[in-house]
Design a protein around this ligand. Sequence first.
Ligand SMILES: *Cc1c(COP(=O)(O)O)cnc(C)c1O
Length: 433
Amino acid sequence: MSRKSASPQPPASRPFAYRNRTLHCDGASLTALAAEHGTPLYVYSAQQIAHRYQLFTEAFAKRPHTVCYAVKANSSLAILRLLGQQGAGFDIVSGGELERVRKAHKPALKKVVFSGVGKQIWEIDAALAADILLFNVESPAELDLLAARAQALGKRARFALRVNPDVFAETHPYISTGLREHKFGIDINAARALYRKAAKSKWLEAAGVSVHIGSQIRNVSPFAAALARVAALIADLRRDGHDIRFVDAGGGLGIDYGTHNFDPAAEVKKYAAAINKGLAGESAHLILEPGRFIVAQAGALLTRVLFVKQNGAKTFVITDAAMNDLIRPALYHAHHEILPVKQPAKPAKLELEADVVGPVCESGDFFARDRKLPAVKPGDLVLLLDAGAYGMSQTSNYNTRPRPAEVLIEGSEAKLIRRRETMRDLLAPELLP
Ligand SMILES: *Cc1c(COP(=O)(O)O)cnc(C)c1O
């Protein structure tokens, strides 16, 4: 099958574009990057990451606020440092992520908020010792543990309860978190009593209220609904005598993974309008925890075609990247646009209808199914777009495959920020007793 269309172009709002018929990230040629660093390779634009962070600080300029980038979206030290130097705080979900913040940009420790339903003693202790900004507490038992550890260390713990507002946000069920049936947060109706109980401990300081309703949320009205419930709770808490200074709106703002018109500045403005509408007159210091929106479109996964294979009526493009390198298609049936690094002649013929798959021994190891692509052949480079968030941070060594290397592009300069793993790295923790 062959059909005519315009030559493929990266959709707007990505830092990837053809120049001299070769795909570039800002000023760096992907052909050159593959030659120097090999594939699969994660490529990120520093300029876009900084710009996306600035969109939040600008859209919320009228309110005292801190943008606490969600580390789990992409936890590369160099990216954390870049954001820390811009002034970002960080939303962490583990003691490991706390260590990353310490290593990347130590002054940001005082702007850390700690989320997660299963905090362990060593993680709580490390965060207390680092004097982080806020613990987002997700259960009564965790609040008891936090009080006990604060007492043991002689430190007062600032906390917010992460409340569950019972608001439905349209997204993939695996990343929806704001309903009562989810494991996250504390029923908003039970929160007031818990704050009252916490006030009896001199080791706990009820400093805020927190909410996070899910991820990849494109329609912003659930944010307004959730924040309206939070604002009402804060008013009650003030009446009860608690000094609530922070309201944490969580993360979750979604991006376009396809080819629709997408104006990131306009999206962040819409989001800010929804948050401000929900908060109405509430003037507490606002904490935001965006992850995906800041890094997803800044990054892409560069991979080389190994084979093109025909099985009956189906064509398979087999790449050297696999589900262990980017699990989103397998885990969430996520869509990633795929572009050839060499721009096809115009008008391009979308000659292939193929499954793009990796070498891993699982039928779930696919990047795309029945995707129309320009003809590609073994040795060609292709780029999986919008892989900057929940890409590298969800990699594994499944099938004993070394993780990809990562480069951060600054203008036309490419900085290696993580070398490719070696067999030695992979085997190092193993014992043959
Ligand atoms: C994952 C997560 C975020 C970030 O979500 P994005 O969709 O990447 O913006 C923020 N806060 C909490 C508590 C999270 O678990």
